[in-house]
Each structure stands twice: as C-alpha cells, then as structure tokens.
Ligand binder design. Structure first.
Ligand SMILES: Nc1nc2c(c(=O)[nH]1)N[C@H]1C(S)=C(S)[C@@H](COP(=O)(O)O)O[C@H]1N2
Ligand SMILES: [Mo]
Length: 517
C-alpha cells in the first residue's frame, strides 16, 4: 500500500484534533469537578489508581529519583500519556467515523470507575468524567468531521477546500484555547477557593499542659548540620495522596470501632478538651536509604492514643489497631505499642508550634515513637479499628512490606558532603544518629579506614529523638573516606551489612567520599 503525503498530513491534523479533544475532555471534567464534586477530577482519580496498583519497585524508583516531587512526575507523565493517547484516537476517528468517539466513551467509563471507587468519593463523583467525556467526544466528532470535509474537498480540487480548511483550523484553535483556559481556570479556582488552608490559618490550638524541655547543649548549631528540630517547610513528605485531602476540623470525626466494648466517636473539640501535651519525636520513613533524608524531628502537640482507646475499651484477643485515613490509606500498629504507658504514641494536632500542615495530615494524625511511618503515622486520620494481624492487612502489607516494622538503629553524616567543597584545615565531621525508644549511647567515626574514633554526642532530648554528634577533624588536601556507626543504649552496634529498604528498612554503615581542595 502506498501512503500519500496527503494521507500523512491529514493524519497529523487528525492527531492534533484528537489531542485538542482530549484537552477539552480533561478541562471540562476539571471545571465540573470544581463546581460539583471536588477531588473527583479524572487526572487525580486515575493517578491515584495508578499509585495503588504500580509494583513496589516502581514506587521505590519514583521516590529515589524524584523524592517529594514524585507526584508532580506522575501527574506530568499521566498528562503526556493522555495527550499521546488522544492523538492516536484522533487518527482512528479519521480512519473510521465513530471509532474515536467510542474510545472516548470507554475512557470516560474508566475515569468514572477510577473516581467512584476512591475512598473519598462523593455522591456526584461520577459527574466530572461523564460530562468531560461527552464534551471531548463532541469536540472530536466536530473537529474530525471538519477535517474530513476539508480533505474530501481537497481531493476533488474543489474551490470550497480553502473554506473548509479555515473552518477546521478555526474550530481546532478555538477548542485548544478553550481547553487551556478552562484547565488553567479550574486549577486557579480550586486553589483560590480551597478554604481549608484559611480555616487552618485561623485555628488557635489551646496552650499545652506540658512542653518539651530541651537540655542545654542538645543543638550543636554547626554549619551544615541538620537543625535539632526540622522546620515544617523542610520536613520530608511521603504518602500515596496525589491531592492533599481537605478536612474541615469542625466536620472531622474519629471513630474507634472493631474489637471494642463500646464504639466511640471523637470530634476535634473532644480531642482538644482532653488537654494537649507537647512531645519530641523523630519520624522516620522505611524508604530512607543509608545516608538518606526521609526522616525529621518535630515537636508534636497531641493526646496519647491510649487515652482515646481507653474510652472504647479494646477487647481481649485484639493485637492490632488499623488506623485509616480519609483517602483509604491504612497502617497496622501493634495494640501494645499504642497502650504501653512507657511509649508516647499520640494523636497529633500540632507540629512545631502550628496546627499540622495540610500535607502532614491536618487536622489529626498518628505519631508513634520507634515505628516506621507506614505502620504507624497515619495522616488525615478518621478511624481506629481495633482488630488482629490475622484478620486485617494494612495498605503496604500486600505490597511487599513487613507487617511490623520497628525503626532500625542508624546514623548519618551531614557534613562534609561529596557535593560541597571543603578546604584543608581544622573542620568538623557531624551528623545525627537515632535509636527511637532506646536512645543513642555512642557514635563512632572512621577516617580513611583508620581507627574508630568516638564522636562528641549532643545532649539527647529523649530516647525518641535523634541526637546530633560531631568530631573534630584536621582535613588534609586530597580525597578521604568517612564512615559512621552508632551504638544504642542497650549496647547494640548498628548493623554493618547493607540491606535494601524493603521489606522493613535499610541497614548498613554510611561511608562517604569527600574531596578537600
Ligand atoms: N494517609 C496517609 N498517611 C500516611 C502515609 C500515606 O501514604 N497516607 N504514609 C506514611 C508514611 S510511609 C510515612 S513515612 C509518614 C510520613 O509522614 P510525613 O509525610 O508527615 O513526613 O506518613 C505515613 N502516613
Ligand atoms: Mo514511609
């Protein structure tokens, strides 16, 4: 078969018509979502579906490559995929009338399915993708129809070809302009009217009954060393939420159910009236690589989980609490870790002197010392189900991570670093070490394979927070290897052997190369 230049050119115009129609589909759906059913835009719904089904290695890779920008990357890739797919649909519609329109229908049904099966789906959640698909299909029918007329007129060398061409270009240009304006407008409108940020800003938490006492000398205040408390804006963020859930504290309810004597419900006010205390706890992600920065230390304001659970009276035989987020995420925490009076497992409402930031779980999240975030630190918390490990599985369990995951004893070098220049002379090697619930006894540093030298330890706030350490070093010109390892208060040495983050956290001593200029 010979494909003529004209066929190729028509195919190109059809691809453009398809892409523009795809844009109309998404933009109309986003506008309807803004008006009728927030959180029900098709891109977010399909993206969230992708997050839940992609294999573990793909998620690890995304976090590894893009860190906290992993979601931006996912949304851009998804946008690009929609663009390409819509272009192909345009070509198919030119080839056979109604084929492309039918495919838009299928895409609409898939998007509706992804939206209405979300945990936070609203009753009108089906509307945005339905109306978007209708608009996109209509645009496709119209644009490709105009293209056909232009092509047929041209084939017959008719004088009307010029008119048909202009009409096609005009429709396509108008469609593209509409899609861009509606798309951008819906995003701006959504940002401007998201009232939760304003509600949070106006919220005043009551003064705590007790505050964290930070001993003198807990912060070494060294240049390039992590500050003792991680500012909220620098605090790592890891979650499966493609759009940050919006919860109005005045509508928020926490339900405690499952294996309990008495089902209980708490409002935000109920929690506050229990009296807030301040706790210093270092939160750590299981995805933190050796030397990585997926951990942070904060002052949390909250109430003990055990006091809240006590209202419901957990039954004998229960060994797990499945905490649930409004977006469907779940974590499974040993009941004993939550009821242990010696462990400050809390429901947190404040972080470093402010209400929880929206991305960190506003209005209420869990924080449990000594357990990785994925088995304990549920953000946007809505339910605590008292149950057993035998009955219920949390989000990450079927996805290749351990059911139980205590944080592993570890240490990190913050300075010097391979990517920062260092000149010869006296300097400091410094970093942080953590062994939540046990505490750090000693940190040792090795330079160029020499003897392990004991670093100076800052005064610890408590056993649940990281500790800063430092060692004086006279840096000489050339390349050097610096390694670190920690020993906890139980006398255990940090694991030397390297293991990957899955299934329950990385191990290994960090060793870093530095060049002294
Ligand atoms: N709702 C919800 N809560 C969640 C998660 C999540 O995906 N969804 N991720 C958990 C994980 S894996 C970690 S490490 C911590 C991270 O908390 P941060 O983002 O406030 O640092 O939140 C936990 N809570
Ligand atoms: Mo995590």
């Amino acid at each position: 078969m010979r494909i003529s230049r004209r066929t190729v050119a028509a195919g190109g115009w059809a691809a453009l018509a398809g892409a523009v129609s795809g844009g109309v589909f998404v933009a109309v759906a986003e506008v309807v979502a803004l008006l009728a059913a927030r959180e029900a835009g098709p891109l977010i719904a399909v993206g969230s579906f992708v997050i839940d089904i992609v294999p573990r290695w793909a998620k690890e890779l995304a976090i590894e490559l893009f860190g906290s920008n992993d979601k931006l990357f996912l949304l851009s890739s998804l946008g690009f995929a929609v663009f390409v797919a819509a272009a192909v649909v345009g070509i198919l519609e030119l080839w056979r009338r109604w084929v492309g329109v039918a495919l838009f229908g299928v895409a609409g049904i898939a998007a509706v399915a992804a939206t209405v099966t979300r945990a936070d789906a609203s009753p009108l959640g089906f509307l945005p993708s339905t109306i978007g698909a209708l608009a996109g299909a209509a645009a496709l029918y119209l644009l490709v129809g105009a293209l056909r007329r232009w092509r047929d007129a041209r084939d017959h060398d008719s004088a009307t070809a010029g008119v048909d061409r202009r009409r096609f270009l005009l429709f396509t240009g108008a469609g593209a302009a509409f899609a861009v304006l509606a798309g951008v407008g819906s995003q701006l409108g959504s940002a401007a009217t998201s009232s939760i940020a304003a509600i949070r800003a106006a919220l005043h938490l009551p003064a705590p009954l007790s505050r964290v006492t930070v001993p003198a000398g807990a912060d070494l205040h060294l240049k390039d060393l992590s500050p003792l408390f991680t500012p909220n804006k620098d605090f790592y963020r890891v979650d499966t939420a493609l759009s940050v859930p919006s919860i109005d504290p005045s509508n928020w309810r926490l339900t405690i159910d499952g294996m309990v004597e008495q089902r209980a419900e708490f409002s935000f006010r109920d929690l506050l009236s229990m009296g807030l205390r301040e706790y210093a706890i270092t939160l750590t992600c299981v995805s933190n690589q050796v030397g990585g920065n997926l951990l942070g230390n904060a002052r949390w304001l909250g109430v003990p989980v055990r006091e809240v659970l006590a209202h419901a009276r957990p039954r004998n035989g229960a060994d797990m609490v499945l905490s649930r987020s409004i977006d469907g995420f779940t974590a499974g925490t040993p009941l004993s870790a939550l009821t242990d009076p010696g462990r400050d497992a809390i429901l947190a409402v404040g972080m470093n002197g402010e209400p929880l930031p929206l991305e960190h779980g506003f209005p209420v999240r869990m924080v449990v010392p000594g357990l990785y975030g994925y088995v304990s630190a549920t953000k946007w918390l809505t339910e605590l189900k008292v149950t057993t490990f035998a009955t219920d599985q949390a989000y990450w369990t079927p996805r290749g991570y351990s059911e139980k995951a205590p944080i592993k004893l570890s240490s990190r070098i913050d300075t010097p670093r391979i990517d920062r220049s260092l000149s010869a002379g006296p300097t400091k090697i410094a970093g942080v070490a953590w062994a939540q619930t046990v505490g750090i006894q000693k940190v040792e540093v090795q330079v160029d394979g020499g003897p392990w030298q004991q670093a100076q330890l800052a005064a610890p706030i408590n056993a649940d927070t990281w500790v800063q350490w430092s060692l004086d070093w006279n840096a000489t010109s050339g390349s050097h290897t610096i390694a670190v390892r920690a020993i906890d208060r139980a006398g255990r040495l940090q694991e030397e052997k390297r293991t990957p983050i899955a299934p329950n956290g990385s191990t290994g001593w960090q060793s870093t190369l530095v060049r002294v200029g």
